[in-house]
Ligand binder design. Structure first.
Ligand SMILES: O=C(O)CCC(=O)C(=O)O
Ligand SMILES: [Fe+2]
Length: 281
């Protein structure tokens, strides 16, 4: 398949991401900046054209069997149990997680999904929405992934390693698969363990919900917001593509997390890592 034009992927009439000077672009940016500042989340509804999302859905069903599947118990930091903390501590709170991830290295050479992720126009537009320069995540496995939720799967509360993610639902499940998040539950300086523990014990008072549609793009600050997707139900697998960007160049994820999510590590995971902060993964 030959490379596509941006107009194949994006509804440029309503979302002129290639015209940064246009008033429509500026209006979207302003709205996005406010929403991201306020609660770390912004959805661009139906920004992806029907034809493109249908083609990408087809691509997703071809590669979903390449997902690394895990079903186990994890804490929100994806870290090992640490008995030096008290029993009643978020770091020792383990929850069921079951889903599969297709890692970045598994997308085919001519992947449409990969082409959209590596679009410079899209990256620049997202950078403007976030008001900072961003880079494609340098981790070859975690940069572009597809989160595969078969019926019955769920993804428990967690943080992302990277500051921002952009997700695109390419195939929705019949029921469930609702995105839930707590904006800014932690910050760069403070893990806010008390608030985290309240949530883990069932206090849903700060939780917000979004039901994404196929073809929406969601901009999300997942480093500071705990988030999860509710159990996928029905007969259709939920395929959610995750485009990952970082504030610094050359950021690589942890080898523990890589092993856990993608079932492997590469040589880059053994090298000294560039980190963006000192929070726990
Ligand atoms: O499935 C979702 O909507 C969330 C996925 C997610 O948070 C992730 O892949 O890190
Ligand atoms: Fe996440």
């Amino acid at each position: 398949m030959s490379p596509k034009n941006l107009s194949y992927f994006i509804d440029l009439k309503n979302f002129p991401i290639n015209e940064p000077k246009s008033s429509k672009y500026q209006k979207i940016i302003k709205e996005a900046q406010e929403a991201l500042e306020f609660d770390g989340c912004y959805v661009l509804p139906s920004i992806v054209n029907k034809e493109a999302i249908n083609d990408m859905r087809e691509e997703s069903t071809k590669i979903e069997s390449l997902a690394h599947y895990t079903s186990n118990k994890v804490n929100v930091y994806f870290s090992k149990d640490d008995p030096t903390y008290p029993e009643d501590h978020p770091r020792r709170f383990f929850m069921e997680r079951s889903n599969g991830f297709v890692s970045g290295d598994k997308f085919p050479e001519n992947s449409l999904i990969k082409e959209l992720y590596y679009s410079e126009e899209l990256k620049n537009f997202i950078a403007d929405c976030l008001s900072i320069p961003i880079y494609h995540y340098a981790d070859p496995l975690a940069s572009l992934t597809m989160n595969v939720n078969k019926p019955g799967d769920r993804f428990s509360w967690h943080y992302d390693t990277n500051e921002f993610t952009v997700t695109m639902l390419v195939q929705d499940c019949d029921e469930g698969g609702v995105f839930q998040y707590v904006p800014n539950i932690r910050n760069k300086e403070d893990e806010c363990y008390d608030e985290v523990l309240k949530l883990l014990k069932g206090d849903m008072s700060r939780v917000k919900e979004i039901k994404l549609n196929e073809g929406d793009l969601q901009l999300f600050k997942g480093r500071y917001a705990l988030h999860r997707a509710t159990r996928a139900e029905g007969n259709t697998t939920r395929n959610l593509v995750v485009f990952t960007y970082t504030e610094k160049e050359n950021v690589i994820g942890s080898s523990y997390r890589s092993e856990e999510l993608y079932g492997k590590t590469l040589d880059v995971h053994k090298e000294k890592r560039v980190r963006s902060d000192s929070l726990t993964d």
